[in-house]
Ligand binder design. Structure first.
Ligand code: FAD
Ligand code: NAI
Length: 475
């Protein structure tokens, strides 16, 4: 017997579970299906982000940062600890506990909002008149019917052609978050967000890390000045990043992995490592959906084709998050999920891609929103730039972390903020002020005239805004 809902959401990652909750708040009868299993085979809603992405990576970044602080920085504060050791299985167990808290939190939120959760795989069975039939397979098979379907099936790690992940020696983000010991030599292919974050974790814990990047430019999506500053800091930390390489044969060896590659200067070399993380981007999850059964249109990458409102080619079928175009970020997935639920309810929400912040949780952290200086130049837009270094910020000095800067780009005529770029301590938090400012179409002068608490890192943002008008007070 089939069960009828107003909306069925397939996938309980940040896109899906947030869409389900918002839809329930709006009065719809909602089901959410997710197939992720925890170690005991039970449900683990939260998707990539909660299980093998945002949350566990930040847990390990925190542990490894504490370790590095204790090892390198406590002494200057007059704190002695004796030999500092890392118990990797304990660090991983803590990370797993953090993940479980988040899984449980989502199950609680489903109950609180009366979202019916199904643990299993959801796929299209057939189109009905004015709706769809969705099959749930797994431990509790079910048949659901709904007028609207929101697909939020996310993405998975892309493997190198012919080099499948074994999660022992050749690791995706999943295996990289589960290592039970620090590898002596860790190779990473792809100096993108995962490569830098995971490379930072294992380097801080003592691994010799080499990151091989295909592009000749480091962090090509970031503002050049910020990327340069970050690269300088990573070089100093001993994170070895080779740019412009061409990866050839990758072979699992008796003890580890051998990666043959061509360096930017044409030299052919082989890198021997104990473990390899492949972080070269992600592919959308559409294989298990049985999209053909209803004629759901996919693009050549397997992503679901949607318009700017997340409508697919089928009436009543929507798609959000990593499974569609746009940045693969949890908060982008969430915003799209909320917007779709509200659109189904007849509201008119809008997700502005230009004000979606990017954060890389390395040390120093990197964060930005809006246009980079190179994008503005390419577009021929006249702009003014203001920068302020953390070196001149009192709170940063007290923290003992003065790397980096804040940079604000504003329109040369109107002074409207066009982009804000940061590298330095806690900029993952500082970027929120820039996002708010841009959403409200603030000028640099607006930020310059706002009272910021002293001493705080946020004063660097105010000073960068003052710098746009060449009137910094503390530099
Ligand atoms: P997902 O989170 O991938 O969730 C999709 C869910 O759908 C999964 O649970 C999957 O099992 C389920 N599913 C798929 N197919 C089916 C089916 N047919 N039936 C039932 N269930 C199905 N983003 C950030 O913004 N900040 C970060 O710090 C960050 N860190 C990251 C770190 C790593 C290591 C990785 C890999 C990613 C990180 N991301 C981060 C990206 C972020 O995880 C994704 O952008 C986000 O999870 C996308 O959400 P989603 O809901 O679209 O998909
Ligand atoms: P990415 O797109 O960030 O980086 C991939 C890198 O690999 C690029 O620099 C690319 O040039 C390089 N590359 C691709 N193919 C290559 C090859 N064959 N040889 C050498 N280099 C190659 O992808 P990544 O790091 O896998 O992360 C996937 C996505 O997950 C990110 O784009 C991001 O959206 C999300 N994410 C977000 C985080 C955050 O917000 N803090 C953290 C981690 C992931």
């Amino acid at each position: 017997m089939s069960q009828t809902f107003d909306i069925v959401v397939i996938g309980a990652g940040p896109g899906g579970y947030i869409a389900a909750i918002r839809a329930a708040q709006l009065g719809f009868k909602v089901a959410c299906i997710d197939e992720w299993k925890n170690a005991a085979g039970g449900p683990a809603p939260g998707g990539t982000c909660t299980n093998v992405g945002c949350i566990p990576s930040k847990a390990l970044l925190q542990s490894s940062e504490y370790f590095e602080h204790a090892r390198l920085h406590f002494a200057e504060h007059g704190i002695s600890t004796g030999a500092v050791r890392i118990d990797v299985p304990q660090m991983i167990a803590r990370k797993d506990a953090v993940v479980r808290q988040n899984n449980d939190g989502i199950l609680y939120l489903f109950k609180k909002n009366k979202v019916t959760f199904f643990h299993g795989r959801g796929s299209f069975a057939r189109a009905l008149e004015g709706g769809y039939e969705i099959a749930v397979s797994g431990a509790q098979p079910a048949t659901l019917q709904a007028r609207h379907v929101i697909v939020a099936t996310g993405s998975r790690a892309r493997a190198l052609p012919g080099v499948p992940f074994d999660e022992e020696r050749i690791l995706s983000n999943d295996g990289a978050l589960r290592l039970q010991a620090v590898p002596k030599r860790l190779a990473i292919i792809g100096a993108g967000v995962i490569g830098l974050e995971m490379g930072s974790v294992w380097r801080r814990l003592g691994a010799e890390v080499t990151i091989l990047e295909g592009l000749p430019t480091f962090l090509a999506a970031a503002d050049e000045q910020i990327a340069k500053e970050a690269k300088k800091a990573f070089d100093k930390q001993g994170l070895k990043i080779e740019l412009g390489v061409k990866v050839g044969e990758v072979k699992a060896t008796r003890k580890g992995v051998a990666i043959a590659y061509t360096q930017a200067n044409g030299a052919e070399v082989t890198l021997e490592a104990d473990r390899l993380i492949v972080s070269i981007g992600r592919v959308p999850n559409t294989e298990g959906l049985n999209a053909e059964a209803v004629g759901l249109k996919l693009d050549e990458r397997g992503a679901i084709v949607v318009d700017e409102q997340c409508r697919t080619n089928l009436p009543g079928v929507w798609a959000v998050g990593d499974v569609v175009r746009g940045p693969m970020l949890a908060h982008k997935a969430e915003e799209e999920g909320v917007a779709v639920a509200e659109r189904i309810a007849g509201q008119h929400p809008h997700v502005d891609f230009n004000t979606i912040p990017w954060v890389i949780y390395t040390s120093p952290e990197i964060a930005w929103v809006g246009q980079t200086e190179q994008q503005l130049k390419a577009a021929g837009r006249a702009y003014k730039a203001g920068t302020f270094p953390f070196m001149a910020n009192g709170r940063a000095r007290a923290l003992g972390d003065t790397t980096g800067l804040v940079k604000i780009l504003a329109d040369a005529v109107t002074d409207e903020i066009l982009g804000v770029h940061m590298v330095g301590p806690m900029v993952s938090e500082l970027i929120a002020e820039a996002v708010v400012a841009m959403e409200f179409k603030a000028s640099a002068e607006d930020i310059a005239r706002i009272c910021h608490a002293h001493p705080s890192l946020s004063e660097a943002t105010k000073e960068a805004a003052l710098a746009v008008d060449k009137r910094t007070l503390n530099f």
